[in-house]
Design a binder for this molecule. Structure first.
Ligand SMILES: Nc1ncnc2c1ncn2[C@@H]1O[C@H](COP(=O)(O)OP(=O)(O)OP(=O)(O)O)[C@@H](O)[C@H]1O
Ligand SMILES: [Mg+2]
Length: 255
């Protein structure tokens, strides 16, 4: 089960004087353990900025980020994180990259043998454990990055458009894997995405963020059955949810 996350009056600005950019907030949000929250908003609205603050990689200009009751004051190693571009090191194999995450945390890979096998099977990378990243397609690299983000059983998973650069078919397949991984162990997930469909398919709640400086305009509970397979996504309720969010962005003048 996941950890809780709270943001209290969090805002971030970059630079000073004339070159100051108000990137995000202020905003408040409470995320319960095991929730899957999408941050949905137009380009430049501060989604990545917020995610980096949740990871402790960027310090808020105002307010605080609290995880499981404790204020975050530096980089968190207890989380899993994934970006649009994967962070695989080129000189290590798929397996070597996964092991690296354990080594960095001083965890003994021998204790994680079964988990690693299970993760690799879940993302359909069996047989590619010993390949180097350059021997894999873009989609396979992101699948390997998923294993990397999840191997140490993080209670919190922060995802910054991890599927953004993939082709539609691969994106679809990895979304399904992500959903089954989440349903199995219910980590707390925060997913940054531009895709309304992706947000509705995967999340328990969607934070609709305004154009920069991003503020949380609305938090939408997505009350659709799990798993959100093709049947659910063809349902009138799913289509209506997507259309309603479309309308919000049309009002912002983004669409
Ligand atoms: N390190 C930085 N220094 C200065 N400005 C920054 C920095 N990081 C982000 N910004 C600015 O903050 C704003 C928000 O950027 P951010 O990357 O968070 O947006 P985003 O919502 O993730 O956009 P996208 O969907 O395109 O990834 C932008 O105007 C950007 O130029
Ligand atoms: Mg971004």
């Amino acid at each position: 089960m996941g950890a809780s996350i709270a943001i209290r009056g969090v805002a971030k600005s970059f630079g000073t004087g004339k070159s100051r950019v108000d990137a995000f907030g202020p905003a408040d949000l409470d995320i319960a353990p095991g929730e899957f929250v999408a941050l949905l908003g137009p380009s430049g609205c501060g989604k990545s900025t917020l995610l980096l603050m949740l990871a402790g990689l960027l310090e808020p200009s105002q307010g605080e980020v609290i995880a499981d009751g404790r204020q975050i004051t530096g980089p968190r190693t207890d989380i899993g994180i994934m970006f649009q571009d994967n962070t695989l090191v080129p000189w290590r194999s798929v397996r070597g990259n996964i092991d690296l995450q354990l080594e960095l945390r001083s965890l003994d890979p021998r204790g994680y043998e079964a988990r690693i096998k299970d993760l690799i099977r879940t993302v359909h990378l069996d047989g590619f454990e010993n390949r180097a990243p350059y021997e894999l397609s873009g989609g396979m690299q992101q699948r390997a990055a998923f294993c990397q983000a999840l191997v140490h059983e993080p209670q919190t998973l922060l995802l910054d458009e991890p599927l953004g650069k993939l082709d539609a078919m691969t994106r679809e397949a990895i979304r399904r894997d992500l959903q089954s991984l989440w349903m199995r162990s219910k980590p707390t997930v925060v997913l940054v995405t531009h895709s309304i469909e992706e947000a509705v398919q995967l999340s328990t709640r969607i934070c609709v963020i305004t154009p920069r400086p991003g503020r949380i305009e609305k938090v939408i509970e997505v009350d659709l059955p799990w798993p959100r397979d093709l049947e659910v996504r063809k349902s009138a309720a799913f289509v209506a949810e997507v259309a309603a969010i479309h309308d919000i962005f049309r009002r912002f003048g983004v669409l």
